[in-house]
Design a protein around this ligand. Structure first.
Ligand code: ARG
Length: 475
């Protein structure tokens, strides 16, 4: 049903209808559209523009429609242009022409912005909840390997020995920043566009701040033109989702490397691996690869929306209809990837012996020699030079650092007494790193304890917000 036929003498050409039709992808906004219609109805009734018996009929119609949309009994037909027109048809089919009264004082422009905000808030809360689930899996895995030495890398070269739990735990902090971003985004997004009308606000004396409150927003738009034009919340949500996707892709890359025969550290469980159609021996880390691959798609959705918004005149322009599919796709994508990565993390086991054996390789204890000299009063520049010479000596003699003789050490630097050998152990190197955030066992234990507490706080906060939102939706 078209919502705008009056001034036209011809119906739109088929090609125009096909181009402008959005109901095939915006139907998922239906529950939010119906809920904001209930809020709009209340202000129309309070302002006396809809009498109470008409308001009762409209409310009954909207509530029936909410149930019919949920069960699938009501759905769009071939002639519906978008979710708003389909639902207005549904309402008038149920209660007759009085259904059209709801259109007073609002436009699809403020309606679609409101619906999309509610949809985005609902789904970003769900994503936050899934991120917390992944953090819990990462913390559990980090705790399981909080006593397992492994080489740490920079430039993908052995750098310094670390505890493997420290390696896993780093991801928890990246996701904590994502949760912070979602929380900031929620605060900024909590402004209701409803009541902005087409662009200039409504002359009917409605109260946007009342509908805002009804829908759980903190305030209503301070500028009605901005209210209908603002899609920052879409772009920002897409950035946050892309950042989560990038974090997932970095986990994916690590898992792929650790699962290679050459590394042989990670044993990915069968339930989170796939096979090859031709090579019977293959067990592929497809979850990790898809986590890596999907990040590209998420970034694409973000850049697509930014490009659509760039240079767009205020207020509403039909270009804005292109905000939806990228947002829906990114949300769907992340909600597919997050549980799979969480399961993969939770069910992967690691080869402690292999990691421990690799920990001192590649002269990863050379920094200990430099630190030993610094403690003996040598400048770091000289200490670094001396440690480098020890490495070169080892390479020429085919030895490991701790295998150099006392005279080799003193030959390199007079302060390199035989005592240096006590620093040249993986356990000693790790244990000496005691400061906040360092890899030493004690520091790692504190880090994990704090992470458990922080995740628990977030869990409480998000579940309260989820409950509040679903309570608002049910009113
Ligand atoms: N389907 C449209 C969208 O998604 C709804 C708003 C249409 N408004 C208009 N003035 N044509 O953006």
């Amino acid at each position: 049903m078209a919502l705008w036929g009056g001034r036209f003498s011809e119906s739109p050409a088929d090609a125009v209808f096909a181009l402008s039709r959005s109901v095939d992808f915006d139907w998922c906004l239906a529950p939010y559209d119906l809920r904001s219609s209930l809020a709009h109805l209340r202000v129309l009734q309070n302002s006396g523009l809809i009498k109470s018996d008409a308001a009762k009929r409209i409310e009954g119609g909207l509530r029936d429609l909410i149930a019919d949309v949920a069960t699938g009994k009501f759905s769009p037909n071939a002639a519906d242009e978008d979710v708003h027109s389909a639902l207005e048809r549904g309402l008038t089919e149920k209660i007759g022409e009085v259904g059209g009264a709801l259109r007073a004082g609002r436009s699809r422009n403020d309606q679609v912005a409101t619906d999309l905000k509610l949809f985005a808030i609902d789904h970003m809360l769900d994503i936050a909840d899934q991120i917390i689930g992944l953090q819990e899996a990462l913390i559990a895995k980090a705790s399981e390997y909080s006593d397992a030495p492994a080489p740490g890398f920079t430039h993908m070269q052995h750098a310094q020995p670390i505890l493997f739990g420290h390696e896993i735990a780093k991801h928890v902090h990246a996701f904590a920043r994502d949760l912070d971003r979602i929380s900031d985004w929620l605060t900024r997004t909590s402004v209701s566009p409803l009541g902005s009308g087409a662009l200039a606000g409504s002359g009917l004396g409605l109260a946007p701040e009342v509908t805002a409150k009804d829908l759980g927003f903190s305030s209503s738009s301070a500028n009605s033109i901005d209210g209908v034009s603002d899609r920052d919340f879409v772009a920002e949500a897409l950035f946050i989702i892309s950042m989560v996707g990038v974090h997932l892709s970095r986990i994916g890359e690590e898992w792929c490397i650790w699962a290679t025969t050459e590394f042989g550290w990670a044993k990915v469980s069968d339930a989170y691996s796939t096979g090859s159609s031709i090579m019977p021996q293959k067990k592929n880390p497809d979850v990790a690869e898809l986590a890596r691959g999907k990040a590209g798609r998420l970034i694409g959705n973000l850049t697509g929306v930014l490009a659509m918004l760039k240079g767009l005149p205020f207020a509403y322009n039909r270009d804005l209809q292109e905000d939806k599919e990228p947002l829906f796709d990114s949300i769907d994508t992340l909600r597919l990837v997050l549980p799979a990565v969480t399961g993969m993390v939770a069910t992967t086991s690691f080869d402690r012996e292999k990691m421990a054996a690799a920990a001192p390789q590649g002269f990863s204890l050379a920094t200990e020699i430099a630190d030993f000299l610094v403690r003996a009063g040598v400048t770091f520049a000289q200490a670094h030079e001396a440690a480098g010479k020890c490495v070169a000596l080892c390479e020429s003699k085919g030895l490991q650092l701790h295998e150099l003789s006392d005279s080799d050490f003193v030959g390199v630097h007079p302060s390199l007494t035989s005592e240096v050998r006590t620093s040249l152990t993986v356990a000693g190197a790790i244990a000496s790193r005691k400061t906040i955030g360092a890899t030493g066992g004690a520091a790692l234990a504190v880090q994990l304890k704090d992470a458990v507490a922080e995740t628990k706080d977030y869990k409480t906060k998000i579940s309260t917000q989820i409950n509040n939102f679903s309570e608002m939706m049910s009113q």
